[in-house]
Design a protein around this ligand. Structure first.
Ligand SMILES: Cc1ncc(COP(=O)(O)O)c(C=O)c1O
Length: 482
């Protein structure tokens, strides 16, 4: 994964399929032409028997499960085990020196620089400059930390615009921030929802809510992709418009990072947060990512005093050399410190996103993320998006050309307004039985009560054959209700 791609590279027409596309042979022919087909082998694909196992001694079964749950937890890249072992070997071999020693036969670098290394690898995935990305903590923790810097309410301008079905954690985070500043969430939380009877929130609606509340709003915080409907918001237009009205703009990219080609830097986004366990495949609860635009990461010195955007600080936000200086006049680890003007307790942030870091990050966690990113970095978001648009359109085509009318796809039909996920709204009363039937048949997709199944074919490890088989099983399960 090299430099940031241009927007034109991502604009794709909606694929169309001939009637004969509804056959296993056709699906297999698409797989044989898939430019990313070699990537599936880089992941551990559970078998149908594995998925139902209650013991870790893996049942023998060569029949792969159909895993459409990358929107919740991505599958395990094979590289993860290797990187974790390297990390353990480093710790076992040199103990504390692992913080500063780079091994010639390690795919990683010294623990001290590992977070910056991971940030550099993650930057092209979210269309950011390497210096604009930081790796730490978890999504909600990072959201709190960044809101501490970017939500600066006043008596007359304290509202936060969010969406009507915000992921509960985002809702709680926003609510508690507002309360913490002494304002009333019932007045300061402005929720944007779709029109009655619709699931899609139009850009016009969002802009009109911005217009209505601009003079009293401090922050706009939306998801890049809405977790329930799978709608991908027009981040560029919304960011530009909200900023033109004086709002700070932040995005929750939990469902967008590694899924759709966001362009955080070019779109001038103020800040963003994401988790890495969904489309980035770094493992359950893995260390998260955040972005701050370079203008917010500037550190200038006036009379040798650092001037920078306020943030909640910790020693890992301090510049890499200074962070080890615990006391005035004493040198910390590392020979390079000799040239540093020692500053004792004065916080001198690193420029860029790394200046927003707080703590010593978990190296074991970073090892897992670096492994996952090493797979990503053998391709590009442009290539991932190309397959994703096609694969999801194939899923949509097969679902809509099937016999059942007992469901509706509530994800936008426009490929520019969605990622890989399709949210399938069932007629009432079918969800539990249907999802049990899918599970029995070795399908992993997730259910959202009361009536939605979310199916996310992931370009790095899912096949067109997975999609075809999924729809066969889905149709025959639904037929049992007719
Ligand atoms: C949209 C969204 N926001 C926030 C979160 C919470 O993430 P975390 O538990 O890593 O803080 C999730 C988790 O799935 C999510 O989907």
């Amino acid at each position: 994964m090299g430099s940031i791609a241009t927007e034109e590279q991502y604009q794709m027409k909606k694929p169309s399929f001939p009637t004969e596309a509804n056959s296993l042979e056709f699906a297999k022919s698409l797989d044989s032409k898939d430019h990313l087909r070699s990537f599936r082998k880089k992941f551990i694909i559970p078998s149908k028997a594995n998925i139902k196992a209650t013991s870790l001694s893996k049942p023998e079964d060569s029949d792969s499960a159909i895993y459409f749950c990358g929107n919740s937890l991505g599958l395990q890249p094979k590289a993860v085990a290797e990187y974790l072992q390297v990390h353990l070997n480093t710790w076992a071999t040199v103990g504390v020196h692992g913080h500063f020693r780079k091994f010639e036969d390690s795919p990683m670098i010294q623990w001290q620089l590992l977070a910056e290394h991971a940030a550099k690898q993650a930057a092209p995935i979210v269309g950011a400059l390497p210096s604009e990305v930081g790796i730490m903590g978890t999504l909600t923790m990072n959201l709190h930390l960044l809101m501490a810097s970017f939500y600066t309410p006043t008596a007359t301008k304290n509202k936060i615009i969010l969406e009507w079905k915000a992921f509960p954690s985002d809702h709680f985070a926003i609510e508690s921030q507002i309360r913490g500043h002494g304002y009333d969430p019932s007045e300061a939380m402005i929720m944007i929802g779709p029109e009655e009877g619709s699931y899609e929130v139009s850009t016009e609606k969002i802009l009109s809510i911005i217009d209505e509340h601009a003079s009293t709003t401090a922050l706009l915080l939306l998801p890049g992709i809405q977790y329930y409907t799978g709608q991908y918001f027009d981040m560029k237009t919304i960011t530009k418009y909200a900023q033109s009205k004086g709002l700070i703009v932040g995005w929750d990219l939990a469902h967008a990072a590694g899924n759709v080609p966001v362009q955080l830097h070019d779109w001038n986004v103020d800040f963003a947060v994401w988790c890495t366990y969904k489309y980035m495949n770094a493992g359950p609860g893995a260390i998260a990512g955040f972005y701050v635009h370079e203008r917010h990461g500037k550190v200038e010195y006036v009379d040798d005093k650092p001037v920078f955007r306020h943030r909640l600080s910790g020693w890992y936000g301090g510049d890499q050399v200074g962070r080890m200086n615990m006391q005035n006049g004493k040198l910390g680890h590392g020979k390079q410190n000799k040239t540093l003007k020692l500053t004792g307790t004065e916080f001198r942030p690193s420029p860029g996103a790394s200046g927003y870091q707080v703590s010593n990050p978990s190296a074991v966690d970073l090892a897992s993320l670096c492994a996952a990113l090493s797979v990503f970095n053998q391709t590009s978001m442009a290539d991932i998006r190309k397959k994703s648009v096609h694969l999801t359109a194939y899923l949509e085509f097969l679902l809509l050309s099937g016999p059942s009318k007992a469901f509706q796809i509530i994800t936008p039909a426009d490929p520019d307004a969605r990622g890989t996920q399709l949210s399938i709204l069932l007629k009432p009363g079918r969800l539990e039985t249907l999802s049990d039937m899918l599970e029995d048949a070795g399908i992993v997709a997730d259910k959202r009560k009361p009536d939605v199944i979310r199916a996310a074919p992931v370009p790095l490890y899912n096949t067109y054959e997975d999609v075809w088989r999924f729809v066969q099983i889905f149709n025959s399960a639904l037929a049992k209700f007719e």
